[in-house]
Every structure is written in structure tokens, then in C-alpha cells.
Design a protein around this ligand. Sequence first.
Ligand SMILES: [Fe+2]
Length: 169
Amino acid sequence: MKTPRMIHHAAYMTWNMPETIKFYTEVLKFKLVEHFEEERLPSTGDPFPYFHAFFELPDGSVIAFFEVPSLPNPEPRGAIDKLFVHLAFVVDSLEDLYTAKAELEKCGHSVVGITDHSAFKSIYFYDPNGLRLEFACQVRALTEEDSHRAYQAAAEWAIKREKILMAKA
Ligand SMILES: [Fe+2]
């Protein structure tokens, strides 16, 4: 298999499409570029009437949302969704990062950060669906050494996680 070249789109759920469109087009200033409105899922034929909206970033990458009003509302979000699952976007400068933080806070969004991850600095906030978003500004390029250390750490983690899992059991 040839390695796919880039992400075509990433799709998430919304429980309020109008609010989601307003947030992504007016606050984050992405462009609404495409939509599907169907009575059934084309991939499986499941009978869920839905609206699917696609938002494009300046580099052509796309994120998308489904609203399926007939499905039950989701369970309250736990730590996994609140803190770990997230989507990160590139901002080009620290100035842009600080400006984004200030503008989001001005719009009433609670922002965590600026957090220093060494190679990049980040802010974190939530979209109207509770999806955790990150703006990240790369402050140095990643090197082969970073990659080498990551492979090494992953091998060590494979051992460490076994101990944590055994302690949990
Ligand atoms: Fe991240």
C-alpha cells in the first residue's frame, strides 16, 4: 500500500449545526465549502437523516461535522474527551497565538495555555460541541534526533504500560 499523502478530512459530531457553522466560520474564520444532506448514510444505508458540513482551512485541509438529530444525545463527556482527544491547528507565529488567545477569550471562550511543549507552544479551548481544539505554533523544526528519541521512548513505554496495567488490574 502506498502511504496516503495527507488528511482529506476529519469528521466529528455536532449537536447544533447552526452554532457549529457560526463558530467555525465566524470565530475561527474557516470557509464552509461543501455540504451533504441525506436521508440515509451513503456508506452503509443506515436511515439517519443528517446534515454534513465541510470547513476548509487556508492550506486546503478540511474538517467536517455531522448533525443527526434523530440520534440520542451523547453521554456526558469524561476525561478522555475533555482532556485527551483533540484536534490541533497550526498558527504561524507566537504573535498569532497570543492574538488568538485574546480574541477567543474576548468571545467568551475559556482558553488554557500558552503551554510550552518545547518544539511548539499551544493553547487549548473547546468548540461548541465540547471538541477540544488546539492552536499550535512550531518554535523549532523537528529533527531526525527527535524521531529517533520517539521510537526509543515508544519501546520503553511498551514495558512501562504493562506495569501500569498490571497495577490497575
Ligand atoms: Fe496536541
